[in-house]
Design a protein around this ligand. Structure first.
Ligand code: FAD
Length: 314
């Protein structure tokens, strides 16, 4: 089922909904652990899950395998991330074919992070330059078969900080065929809500799904905020810095802060939350519990379906 249809059904129900992002692990054991967690977290009731793509296509076989397993073995509606950084068109087409063959009908079309060793990203000859080119390519090749999401940046992205220019580029991606937007993580809810108004003022009407990063540890919280160059509200630092060496306290206080952030988003009328799980269950579950969004204890858990990755990484 297309994510846009899931979002429309969620909107109609009047109840808040959520989804989970997982990244591709580097070892065979990590893959098996993630399958177990995916299945367990599937019982929380996500609308969909999505699986990241390593820019340039490293581990691409694993992304397509995991998408296939999540969709067909675990019955989770799955969205495959696909980047076009440093990738030949043939590799992009191969990935799309694998997704198609695996029953996946949702793609998050991205340019990809620039390679770390280079200061600037440059396109492969004959390849794609921007995410909008990938969106257009998917639409040209597959029509409406795939639902296509694109990335949004309430606080700017790597190589463009001018919010107005970024909004123009976001509009181009949507005009090329994007039907929903998933945002970069943020901790300042006012920046996000202000950005949503600007997106709407640009005439972009597709659903906006806020990306939420629960707090696992203090070190990871600071590292990710620094990496994505997002603002941490003063109140958050005042609450978390004094307990930074106490992981349990960080998680508890972090839960309260993230619950408050999510509640403000829900109160604004946006009723879908997208959690960057970092392949971990606890912090995300704590936030969902705090929002009263976990299914009741008497709902039956799906039976365990063991699956072994065929790729033998490790
Ligand atoms: P684009 O929208 O193409 O934008 C890239 C840059 O080009 C921007 O500065 C933009 O302003 C500029 N630009 C766009 N169009 C034009 C134009 N017409 N003229 C001039 N400049 C233009 N990375 C991964 O490697 N793998 C993942 O799985 C992954 N998942 C992500 C999921 C989400 C929700 C988000 C928010 C990001 C994700 N990323 C991922 C990171 C993303 O690939 C990087 O942030 C990347 O630098 C930008 O990707 P984009 O798709 O937004 O690119």
């Amino acid at each position: 089922m297309h994510i846009k249809d899931k979002l429309a059904a969620c909107e109609k129900s009047g109840k808040p909904c959520f989804s989970f992002e997982y990244y591709v692990p580097k070892t065979a054991q990590g893959v098996q652990n993630l399958y177990d967690r995916m299945e367990r977290m599937g019982s929380f009731g996500p609308q969909f899950i999505d699986i990241t793509w390593n820019a340039g296509g490293r581990l691409s076989n694993l992304t397509t395998e995991m998408v296939n397993v999540a969709q067909t073995v675990y019955g989770l509606e799955t969205c495959m991330h696909l980047t076009c950084t440093g990738m030949e068109k043939e590799k992009v087409d191969h990935a799309l074919k694998e997704a198609y063959n695996g029953g996946c009908t949702n793609i998050l079309a991205l340019r990809g992070d620039p390679p770390r060793e280079n200061e600037k990203w440059s396109a492969v000859p004959g390849g794609f330059r921007y995410a909008k080119d990938l969106v257009k390519h998917i639409r040209d090749k597959y029509g409406d078969y795939f639902d296509i999401g694109v990335a949004g940046y309430p606080e700017g992205c790597d190589d463009e900080v001018d919010p107005d220019v970024l909004l123009d580029h976001l509009k181009e991606k949507v005009d090329a065929g994007g039907t929903f937007i998933i945002t970069q993580m943020f901790y300042d809810v006012d920046i996000f809500l202000d950005w949503v108004k600007k997106v709407r003022a640009k005439g972009i009407t597709v659903p906006i799904i806020p990306g939420i990063m629960p707090i696992h540890t203090y070190a990871a919280f600071i590292r990710r905020a620094t990496w994505t160059k997002i603002k941490i509200p003063e109140k958050w630092m005042e609450a978390l810095e004094p307990v930074k060496n106490d992981d349990v306290a960080v998680r508890d206080i972090g839960r309260d802060l993230v619950v408050e952030l999510c509640q403000k988003i829900l109160d604004s009328g946006i009723n879908q939350l997208h959690f960057y799980t970092m392949n971990l269950a606890t912090a995300t579950r704590m936030v969902l519990e705090g929002l009263d969004m976990m299914p009741s204890l008497d709902s039956p858990e799906p039976p365990a379906l063991p699956f072994k990755s065929s790729l033998g990484l490790g």
